[in-house]
Design a protein around this ligand. Structure first.
Ligand code: KIV
Ligand code: ZN
Length: 514
């Protein structure tokens, strides 16, 4: 019988550490619900001590998610572990994941602790976590650059202290597949008691090896893989969930292993995460990229028409990909919109679908033809809208004057935390003037880093899609997005969307936060 590989999803913790990927609490709950539908075994929902928002997100996911284990991250210190338990304790299956760095460079430069001190902290952390919760995971951070003997000493000690899962992270994505697989093999040889716990791996993608390293570890006995949807995460990201899962499934002959993932939910999950984080997916991304099942070369097309198996090793429908090009016209109703959104992996509430349908009809009335990309842009805009409570800044009105031989000027009326404010600005162009007018009313420590404008479909009446990035005083990056027929309104609302996200995540992350 093939062995079961547990899928530990850390999209909401390590994945959310991607610059610009910060999610609101309700967006995290929506993703967690989809991860449960996808069939992941463990959801790492966040790092509760990092901020009030992280704590609340983990608590709400713990309260709302049924089947998977809900896990929170904690450094190997009492306050983190206590806080983590307060957040995960509502889950049907709670887990505390505690970690401390073990490589020489991290011990000497970051922690300034001896090897013995690190082992003592690790053991104390596992014992404290164990006093709350049966299910405790421990990670020796930067294990990929830790001497194998010392890593084995740490693992031996935490297993004796009660850890039920031991995770071996390649924190900086430094190792090569054979080397990392060999490390797991040696671990089982030197610490036979590791066979009584779950040995997990967590690989970063700095050299592009995250998936290959994780799979090499599976070949040598690892039973849990930590990964993120679309491979998002710190720096170059984490191992991509969909690639791990489809490798294990497509090459089950080689791995003799299987996962509990419902692969037909992969495409939908991928699009949901991309839409909510604002992190796009490259067209040629394995498994879920737009081109993953497209054939360009004539010789390939000829082969595929005769038999798909000539050039396709996976079936598009097995990953939930639908290439159907559903046409939306003036008379298309809600069902056509739903069919299109479902086919493209968009998950919206019925209220959101009504809003999208209404906007599509409005646009069709004005614009004659509405293309598929217009509908998807409207859906993305609707998904990115914040709840009433989260919209602390609202655009009440604006005016912009521009022309040849004159300086563009703008005035804006905002409601900020219930209070109406008016601002004015001059700029190099109309958008610049409008953004100066907005900035005259808000915290100047938040900076606009990027402003991207795209026309969705051709023509002068095309929808304008604006996406922006902001940086707050703690260096955290926030995205904002808006779609509108009026290019200036799209710009103003995208900036305000980003500002609200920054405002809702106000408290600083704690020092040393992962
Ligand atoms: O990359 C890493 O080492 C981590 C640990 C907390 C598991 O994210
Ligand atoms: Zn990591």
């Amino acid at each position: 019988m093939s062995k079961k590989i547990l899928i530990f999803d850390t999209t909401l913790r390590d994945g959310e550490q991607s610059p610009g990927a910060s999610l609101t609490i309700s967006e995290k709950v929506i993703i967690a619900e989809q991860l449960a539908k996808l069939g992941v075994d463990v959801i790492e929902a966040g790092f509760p001590v990092a901020s009030r928002g992280d704590f609340e997100a983990v608590r709400q996911i713990a309260k709302n998610i049924g089947d998977p284990v809900v896990c929170g991250l904690a450094r190997a210190v009492d306050t983190d572990i206590d806080c983590c338990w307060e957040a995960v304790k509502y889950a049907k299956k709670p887990r505390i994941h505690t970690f401390i760095a073990t490589s020489d460079i991290h011990r000497d430069e970051k922690l300034r602790k001896s090897k013995e001190e690190v082992i003592r902290s690790a053991v104390n952390a596992v014992k404290r976590a164990k006093s709350y919760c049966e299910d405790v995971e421990f990670s020796p951070e930067d294990a990929g650059r830790t001497s194998v003997d010392y890593m084995c000493d740490v693992v031996r000690a935490v297993i004796a202290a009660g850890a039920t899962t031991v995770n071996i992270p390649d924190t900086v994505g430094y190792t090569e597949p054979e080397e990392f697989g060999g490390r797991i093999r040696t671990l089982f040889e030197k610490v036979p008691e590791a066979r009584n716990v779950v040995v997990s791996v967590h690989c970063h993608n700095d050299l592009g090896n995250a998936v290959a390293n994780s799979l090499a570890a599976v070949k040598h006995g690892a039973e849990q893989v930590e990964c993120c949807v679309n491979g998002i995460g710190e720096r170059a990201g984490n191992a991509s969930l969909e690639e791990i899962v489809m490798n294990l499934r497509t090459r089950s002959d080689y791995f003799d292993a299987e996962t509990g993932i419902n692969t037909r939910e992969l495409f939908k999950t991928s699009r949901l995460v991309s839409n909510l984080t604002g992190l796009g997916i490259s067209r040629n991304k394995a498994v879920v990229g737009q081109n993953a099942f497209a054939h360009e070369a004539g010789i390939h097309q000829h082969g595929v028409l005769k038999s798909k198996a000539t050039y396709e090793i996976m079936r598009a429908e097995d990953v939930g990909w639908s290439g159907d090009n559903i046409v939306i016209g003036k008379h298309s109703g809600k069902h056509a919109v739903i069919a299109l959104l479902e086919a493209q992996g968009y998950i919206l509430s019925s209220e959101q679908i009504n809003r999208v349908t209404e906007k599509v009809k409005e646009l069709a009335d004005k614009n004659k033809s509405v293309e598929q990309d217009d509908v998807l842009a409207i859906a993305m805009d609707t998904l990115g809208q914040l709840s009433e409570q989260e919209q602390r800044i609202r655009l009440l009105g604006f005016s912009v004057t521009t022309g040849s031989g004159m300086t563009p000027t703008a005035s804006v009326r905002l409601q900020i935390d219930g209070e109406e404010k008016r601002g004015a600005g001059l700029g190099d162009g109309p958008i610049d003037a409008l953004s100066k007018a907005i900035w005259a009313l808000i915290d100047p420590s938040v900076q606009l880093l990027e402003y991207n404008l795209k026309a969705i479909t051709g023509g002068t009446d095309a929808l304008a899609d604006v996406s922006i990035k902001l940086k707050d005083m703690n260096g955290r990056i926030f995205s904002g997005r808006s779609v509108n027929e009026d290019v200036i309104k799209a710009g103003a609302t995208a900036i305000i969307n980003g500002l609200n996200r920054a405002l809702n995540a106000r408290e600083p992350r704690k020092e040393g936060g992962k």
